[in-house]
Design a protein around this ligand. Structure first.
Ligand code: SF4
Length: 466
């Protein structure tokens, strides 16, 4: 198994990696397929119009998560990493006004969002809770091409056949093309012992089979810059978040108060928690506002890792860029193991898979830069994940706001606590990380669909919307 650090950390837009970035990428994949010669068609057949239907969780919470908007943007050729958040409304308005999409390199296609984009809450697709069907038709409305895509969390998109293939391989088969092909925490620890390398060094060696050291460092620095800019923007902006819940942004006001306390040397026994929380909330408020964020490992959980890194930097002024790279590489190693053996998708296993995974990754990264051994790092990840087990996904009104924003703050606090506990031990502990990941997978399988990003249970039905 090889999952690049750049697959785990992807620069994109809010509010959701599975419901916004994934569908936008799926639309781009379908457009690329239309242009390719990889599908049979009658001689002279021309695509004239497109239709899209969204199923399962994408249908239930797609409006709150901006899924329809993401599909329209994707059909206009916009991609998550490069779309300009300030131009999105304008692009969507143009499609609604003209009833067609005009992706670069293609002829215009008829696409009227009101009728050609269906939120189908009745018929889930069989492969995954986040299913999408894209169809291309000729001018007489005859179907020429149809593809099913699934958005499987963290912005990853696969076809139904790719999904099938992913589920077929043996669980613990490694990837012989990289020097340290660990796919479980046990293998990771054995390889660390055998090689004498840290987890970050092994992950780096794996990455450097695909790209140069300079490219890897530049990419990691870009990821951190994007995370840092997201925090900085979130700490400056005030007002109400979009979507109709009228939830106020709070990060700026809290940050102003913390700065005042810091400057006046006022004693604050909650100092660490407050700084962690404000950084995480800044990111998730940006995400809720549709701003530029980094999946870590998803958008809904995007605040935990940046908050933990920023917190570390706040209290360690001597930290170097290499520390941040090691943090991200270690976190990505743990995230890859979780994704491979369970899930990072709230629609598949609930919020334990999103904020729980993010906390495990952040705890691992922090333990690494605090000098933890591979065993202590694995212990840190396990503690953080264990205490998110069973956590459901029940966003109010289908928006990634309540409970998501505060939940990231609490995830960061748990991550730091987990790293601290692990560093004070010797790495030996009762529950292995692999057992914890497997528990998360089984718990997710047993969880009612109501609690898997459908907004049909939990807080989503018990909080009165004003
Ligand atoms: S509750 Fe958790 S999993 Fe669900 S949308 Fe919010 S952050 Fe994502």
């Amino acid at each position: 198994m090889f999952l690049s650090v750049f697959d785990v950390f992807k620069i994109g837009i809010g509010p959701s990696s599975s419901h916004t970035m994934g569908p936008m990428s799926a639309a781009n994949r379908f457009l690329a397929l239309i242009l390719s010669n990889e599908w049979p068609r009658p001689a002279g057949a021309q695509v004239a119009s497109l239709k899209v239907s969204l199923h399962g969780s994408l249908a239930f919470t797609g409006i709150g998560h901006g899924t329809g908007r993401a599909v329209i943007l994707g059909l206009m050729g916009e991609e998550p990493a490069s779309v300009d958040p300030d131009r999105m409304d304008e692009i969507i308005a143009e499609v609604e006004r003209t009833g067609r999409v005009t992706p670069p390199g293609h002829p215009p296609y008829q696409f009227q969002p009101k009728t050609d984009l269906i939120f189908d809450k009745k018929q889930p697709l069989p492969g995954h809770a986040n299913g999408m069907s894209f169809s291309a038709l000729d001018r007489d409305g005859r179907l020429l091409l149809k593809r099913i895509y699934y958005s499987i969390g963290g912005g990853f998109v696969v076809t139904d056949t790719e999904l099938e293939a992913m589920r077929t391989p043996q669980k613990s088969s490694g990837d012989a093309r990289v020097p340290y092909p660990f796919s479980t925490a046990k293998q990771m620890l054995e390889m660390a012992r055998g090689s004498g390398l840290t987890i970050a060094q092994m992950k780096r060696a794996n990455e450097e089979t695909k790209i140069s050291a300079a490219e890897l460092n530049a990419g990691l620095d870009r990821i951190w810059d994007a995370m840092k800019s997201c925090i900085d923007r979130g700490l400056k902006v005030e007002g109400i978040m979009p979507g109709g819940l009228k939830v106020k942004r709070r990060a700026k006001a809290i940050h102003d108060k913390l700065n005042e306390e810091w400057r006046s040397n006022r004693l604050n026994p909650l100092l660490a928690n407050d700084w962690l929380s404000v950084y995480a909330m800044a990111v998730n408020e940006e995400n809720a506002g549709g701003g530029r964020v980094v999946t870590a490992p998803t958008n809904g959980a995007a605040g935990v890792i940046p908050a933990t890194v920023r917190y570390y930097l706040h209290f360690h002024e001597d930290a170097t860029p290499e520390d941040i790279r090691n943090f991200l590489l270690t976190a990505a190693a743990v995230g890859g193991i979780i994704k491979h053996n369970a899930s990072i998708s709230g629609a598949e296993v609930g919020c334990q898979g999103e904020v729980g995974s993010a906390a495990a990754m952040a705890a691992a990264g922090l333990a690494a830069v605090m000098g933890g051994s591979p065993e202590q790092i694995e212990n840190a990840a396990e503690i953080a994940l264990e205490h998110h087990l069973g956590m459901t996904c029940d966003p109010v009104a289908g928006l990634v706001q309540v409970p998501c924003i505060e939940r990231n703050a609490l995830g960061a606090v748990k991550a730091v606590t987990a790293a601290s506990l692990a560093i004070k031990g010797d790495g030996t502990h009762f529950v292995p990380l692999d057992a914890c990941i497997e528990t998360m997978r089984q718990t997710g399988n047993d969880m009612s669909e109501k609690y898997k990003e459908t907004s049909t249970g939990g807080l989503a039905v018990n909080v009165v919307e004003c």
